[in-house]
Design a protein around this ligand. Structure first.
Ligand code: CLF
Ligand code: SF4
Length: 495
């Protein structure tokens, strides 16, 4: 494994030691503080479509970024978890208002972001409103971007009601990725989620509304699949309404060729002003979500790394740099400069190969050192991308959780938290929340951690390890697992 690392914001290459020093100089003194998605798992044409898409490939989300532009605010249905004052909750966190743009502004913003963030690979339109219903604006935005930045993939998210009329346009624009939100395949269940839809110039209510929505969603899925467009299905898990039913949804969308199924927890609060929020409808617990995901094993492949982004999100999935690119900060004239991005892609191609090779070595070492029934461990990782342990504990706003056993290392989920360290000093009350966030985890891997938080974590039964700074995640997680579960040398010799 190479000890050289590339800084994700500056594309500079340096040694592990140099970067550790740079991090300390950054004000971080130690005392202050799917899917299965390797190329061999799918045909080359599909791999080509997903390999740089951070949502369609878990591996890609360590290297590539998406941005959303909020250009299509009109919507043709009403979901009980949505308040039109905010963004479309089918793909975004509820209660968030994004910056609305014209197609021209959006194209200018995409160029500005692409020039600054070489990881950018996908432009998505994911609300507010429905991208297929407000089609003229969606189409115009995609056309403008495609003319000027042909290497950016285009992606959209829709409820599917208006999509069938636009599938030919999608083909003309070479769009490979569409997200359909499908919360039910039984219209009776739909009546509890959708009070009305607007279809063929008329408002429809009750069972008729859900029946039409269901038929159009299935038609959309079939049409997209027939044309080779990859479909990710988003479903909002609503306890007591569609939670058990989503098992059936999972099977049906698999049968119809969906590439991925992303089951998202309902986020519901009275202050969002939604029907569900005001009625006190709760969202699922993390354990309920996991139970449903486990029950879906054998069905459509699940996406587990979704971050329920904003409709104007910018950056890697675990970060949001949208505030650096609001329209008042985007110059009136911007010219696309592809050079930095090409350099980055070349680096990623090599880095991915290196990481896969390192992961294979780690797996083989674990297989020989650990008994088959040694049991699994969950390990939290602080990373800012690149598939490495490269983030200071105090700077982490989320931890990625990996499961490891004798079979290997798998991404499971992420857990959000507020960063503990602000301006070089740790905040005790935040540390308490971080510890709560890490319930059930007994080890954290990070690039650096101060003595105080390390001691507090240890008191809570969580060991923080910085010895694997800048290692690949798989290498580090496997090494910790072997150290904890490895057979003693003598036992291995006689095994
Ligand atoms: Fe955006 Fe969605 Fe395309 Fe990704 S997001 S339109 S598929 S580019 Fe991704 Fe964000 Fe989850 Fe969406 S993490 S909310 S799944
Ligand atoms: Fe809201 Fe999106 Fe549902 Fe329309 S489709 S009502 S914008 S959540």
């Amino acid at each position: 494994m190479s000890a050289n690392v590339i800084s994700l914001d500056g594309l500079s290459v340096g040694s592990k030691d140099a970067l550790t020093k740079a991090m300390e100089a950054d004000g971080c003194s130690s005392s202050a503080c799917g899917s299965s998605d390797a190329p061999e798992d799918m045909d080359p044409a599909t791999w080509e479509k997903v390999k740089d898409h951070p949502c369609y490939s878990e591996e890609a989300h360590h290297y590539f970024a998406r941005m959303h532009v909020a250009v299509a605010p009109a919507c043709n249905i009403q979901c009980n978890y949505c308040n039109r004052k905010y963004d479309c909750a089918n793909e975004s966190r509820p209660g968030v208002v994004s910056e609305r743009l014209t197609p021209e502004q959006a194209a200018r913003k995409v160029i500005a972001v692409a020039n600054e963030i070489p990881q950018l690979s996908v432009l998505g339109i994911a609300g507010p409103g429905d991208s297929a219903y407000d089609w003229r604006k969606t189409r115009e935005t995609f056309k403008l971007v495609q003319e000027q930045l042909p290497d950016i993939k285009l992606c959209l998210s829709t409820n599917g009601l208006a999509l069938p009329e636009h599938v030919d346009d999608l083909m003309d624009m070479n769009i490979d990725h569409v997200t359909l939100t499908i919360n039910m395949i039984d219209p009776e269940v739909g009546t509890k989620i959708y009070p009305w839809i607007f279809y063929q110039h008329k408002r429809r209510i009750g069972l008729e509304a859900s029946q039409i929505l269901h038929e159009r969603q299935m038609q959309s899925l079939d049409m997209l699949h027939e044309r080779g467009i990859l479909v990710k299905v988003n479903s909002v898990m609503i306890p007591g309404i569609n939670d058990e039913h989503l098992l059936e949804v999972n099977k049906e969308v698999k049968r119809r060729g969906a590439f991925l199924h992303n089951i998202m927890p309902l986020i519901s609060a009275a202050e969002h002003g939604t029907v569900f929020g005001l009625e006190g409808q709760r969202g699922p617990t993390a354990a309920e979500l996991k139970t449903l995901q486990d029950a879906c094993a054998g069905g459509a492949n699940l996406m587990k790394h979704c971050r329920q982004c904003r409709a104007d999100a910018v950056g890697l999935l675990g970060e949001d740099r949208g505030q650096e690119f609001t329209m008042d900060l985007v110059p009136d004239e911007v010219t696309y400069d592809p050079e930095k991005r090409e350099t980055y892609r070349e680096w990623v191609a090599k880095e991915r190969e290196d990481r896969r090779a390192a992961a294979a070595v780690a797996k083989a070492e674990t297989e020989t050192a650990v008994a088959e029934d040694a049991g699994a461990m969950l390990i939290a990782v602080a990373t800012k991308g690149g598939g490495r342990i490269n983030q200071h504990f105090g700077h982490a706003t989320e931890f990625q959780i990996f499961e490891v056993d004798a079979e290997g290392v798998r991404f499971v989920t992420h857990r959000r938290c507020d960063n503990y360290c602000v301006g070089g000093y740790g905040e005790e009350d935040k540390l308490e929340l971080v510890i709560k966030t890490l319930e059930g985890i007994d080890t954290i891997l990070c690039a650096k951690i101060g003595d105080c938080p390390r001691e507090d974590l240890a008191a809570a039964g969580i060991e923080a390890i910085q010895d694997h700074a800048y290692d690949y995640i798989e290498t580090a997680v496997s090494a910790v697992y072997r150290a904890r579960r490895g057979l003693p040398a003598q036992a291995r010799e006689t095994a």
